[in-house]
Write a protein that binds this ligand. Structure first.
Ligand SMILES: [Ca+2]
Ligand SMILES: [Ca+2]
Ligand SMILES: [Ca+2]
Ligand SMILES: [Ca+2]
Length: 292
């Protein structure tokens, strides 16, 4: 919905890209993002002092006046972006210099379309996360750590066709065949899905298990983007990467004034609807997010 009048509403935190989990490639797909800032974001949060190509570590920041150090730790707020090398107001704020969600008469309509194009502050978060367990507190099945026998009984319980064969194939894919084929843990659910596809598991079978598996330990999965609430820009970013969730993980507008304003573009992206309609991701809405 587009309007000239400011209004406030809740915005799904998982509709945004999480600065602490995003890669350079993902960041570079944000509107107005420069290769230098995308690399500087990764260097800001990574613990090392190795400069990502085009990026910036403490060497760069120590030459500024006044000098300061690269954080080398996760972002605690999106406003830390203002400290980053290469972060100018044009990139951060876009056409919305005062961050009120409206294209005001004194603001530049850079592309002269009469619409507001916000900067990257509107597309990013540091908070998105979802529970890595069932609503009753029980564990999901971690496909990276489960034994072959555990996998087999899991697949059997969920009615997957040929559970023994599938368990053996998944186990081999994750654990390799040392010493010749090294272990190769699944990087995320999308990676796991692609492997299941490769071994010939049907979409129907995958849909039976997808809400009950994980690829990480720890209580939360961070940084997934909700394709049902993401803006069209964020959905473009999700395409080639591991960012799939469906239910809102955290309905909180904690990313500053821009959060409430993203409601100006809150219509579900056409792409996300197609993806669901096509049945590629058979996630049931409300499962994990209701636990947040
Ligand atoms: Ca680095
Ligand atoms: Ca660093
Ligand atoms: Ca404005
Ligand atoms: Ca515009």
């Amino acid at each position: 919905m587009l309007t000239d009048e400011p209004f406030f509403s809740l915005v799904d935190g998982a509709s945004k890209l999480n600065l602490n989990t995003a890669t350079v490639a993902m960041l570079q797909m944000l509107p107005r993002m420069t290769p230098e800032l995308a690399a500087a974001i990764v260097d800001w949060k990574d613990s090392d002092d190795n400069v990502t190509p085009s990026g910036a570590e403490s060497d760069t920041y120590s030459r500024l006046r006044p000098p300061y150090k690269c954080k080398n730790a996760p972002f605690e707020t999106v406003d830390e972006l203002r400290l980053l090398y290469g972060a100018d107001m044009d990139v951060l704020l876009g056409e919305d210099a005062n961050r009120n969600g409206v294209l005001d008469p004194n603001e530049n309509d850079d592309n002269r379309d009469g619409q507001l194009e916000p900067g990257i502050l509107d597309y990013v978060t540091v908070y998105s996360r979802e529970p890595n367990f069932h609503s009753d507190g029980t564990q999901l099945t971690n496909v990276n750590t489960a034994t072959q026998l555990d996998l087999q009984s899991f697949l059997q319980d969920y009615g997957v066709v040929s559970p023994a064969t599938r368990a053996q194939q998944i186990y081999s894919s994750v654990h390799g065949d040392p010493p010749n084929i090294p272990p190769n843990p699944c990087a995320g659910i999308l990676d796991f899905y692609l492997r299941c596809q490769t071994i010939g598991m049907s979409k129907e079978d995958f849909s039976k298990i997808c809400n009950d598996v994980t690829t990480t330990s720890g209580p939360f999965v961070r940084g997934r983007v909700n394709v049902n609430t993401a803006t069209s820009a964020a959905t473009r970013i999700t395409q080639p990467f591991e960012i799939i969730t469906v239910a809102p993980s955290e309905l909180r507008g904690r990313d500053g004034p821009g959060s409430a304003q993203t409601a100006f573009r809150s219509a579900p992206p056409r792409q996300a609807r197609r993806r669901r309609a096509g049945g590629r991701w058979q996630f049931d809405s409300g499962e994990e997010g209701s636990e947040a």
